[in-house]
Write a protein that binds this ligand. Structure first.
Ligand SMILES: *Cc1c(COP(=O)(O)O)cnc(C)c1O
Length: 361
């Protein structure tokens, strides 16, 4: 064996597979594979982006104070308890890096986001996958899986790719009953799609072992910008900031994100449009014999008869220029995850699934 070997766990990592963006030979494409905002980002964010090019020779702030204050103002949170990163993925990485290592266990659920086992392996910890109940996170199963080695439990709420949610009381019960020294991470990437949901911020306030992460990648339509944030008890924030690089966010990221979060009218409009088109698409697919659980996010997990039908439908959609997401890697081989697009995209998907069901191949 070569004397040059990576740290324990690194070679266990299966590379993250992103949503496809192109189909060879097809030009009129609708990408519904990465839960992006079909309306793009707010005009205020675009203006801030155009202006942000003027001072590129200046280093950004190290403490992100203006952005943290804007987030605090909008969400009614203490800015000192906020940390910003290159996507919420970076915040999740800080958490794993600071609180888990070799010999520790990191719990996530059956159909949980594929970044969680990656983060566990990256720090040499052991990812522990817990069964769900009918595609819904099962708090009792999680508690039963916890040991004295469990350091972190990751739950996306709403979840990806199922779109289902855990209720506030269940989440509080989980936080209460976790073993001592174990952190509950509520990944709120899709929190804004749920009317008057705080993403679990109140639970953070009420406990010393709960963290919430949020992102600008989904409802804000800024996945390409790479910016997210976390909200946690002060003691945890002080720990996470030690591993954060002083200049982890650029002047461009900081100013665009601040403009974006101040434009809540855009967020409200996107939430309402998403809810309307999501209901329309779910019903249209159900009428075609393709059911789904009630989704709380900006995608639908469409269930087919079996893996073969899901895969051939995916192939047919591709011929029609429609890119959706296969989720066999998430333990859902008979499903396709379809991002809720704008009205014309939703109609195109429903029409194509109808043609597929009618025998088109
Ligand atoms: C999209 C997504 C994220 C957000 O990732 P970013 O790094 O902020 O772009 C986090 N968690 C889940 C479950 C997601 O689906």
């Amino acid at each position: 064996m070569s004397p040059i070997t990576p740290q324990p766990g690194i070679m266990e990592i299966e590379l993250y597979v992103g949503g496809k963006a192109t189909i060879e030979g097809v030009s009129d494409i609708v990408k519904l594979s990465s839960n992006e905002n079909p309306y793009g980002c707010s005009d205020a964010a675009k203006e801030a982006h155009a202006k942000s090019g003027l001072n590129l020779h200046r280093y950004p702030t190290t403490d992100h104070q203006p952005l943290r204050e804007a987030i605090g103002e909008i969400h009614g949170l203490n800015p000192d308890q906020i940390i910003c990163g290159a996507g919420s993925d970076e915040i999740l990485q800080f958490i794993a890096q600071c609180y888990a290592g070799p010999g520790d266990e990191l719990v996530y659920t059956e159909h949980g986001f594929s970044m969680y086992p990656i983060l566990a392996h990256a720090v040499g910890a052991t990812p522990v996958k817990v069964a769900e109940r009918e595609r819904v996170v099962d708090v009792d199963a999680i508690l039963a899986a916890c040991t004295d080695k469990t350091r972190i439990v990751f739950i996306a709420n709403p979840a990806n790719p199922t779109g289902t949610m855990v209720g506030g009381n269940e989440m509080a019960r989980l936080a209460d009953q976790l073993p001592e020294g174990c952190i509950l991470v509520q990944d709120g990437a899709y929190a804004e799609f749920v009317e008057s949901f705080d993403g679990g911020a109140a639970l953070v306030n009420a406990r010393d072992n709960v963290i919430m992460t949020r992102t600008f990648s989904k409802i804000y339509g800024l996945g390409g910008l790479r910016i997210g944030w976390g909200y946690a008890p002060q003691a945890i924030i002080d720990v996470l900031n030690r591993v954060r690089q002083p200049f982890n966010l650029s002047t461009v990221q900081l100013s665009v994100a601040e403009a974006a979060i101040r434009d809540q009218a855009f967020v409200q409009k996107c939430r309402a449009d998403n809810a309307r088109m999501r209901a329309w698409l779910a019903e249209a697919l159900a009428e075609l014999g393709v059911p789904s659980d009630t989704s709380c996010a900006n995608f639908i997990l469409a269930r087919f008869a079996d893996q073969a039908e899901a895969e051939s439908c995916d192939e047919y959609l591709k011929t029609q220029g429609l890119i959706v997401r296969r989720v066999a890697g998430y333990g859902l081989p008979n499903c396709l995850r379809i991002t809720v697009g704008d009205e014309s995209s939703c109609r195109r998907v429903a029409h194509a699934v109808g043609q597929f069901k009618a025998g088109a191949r």
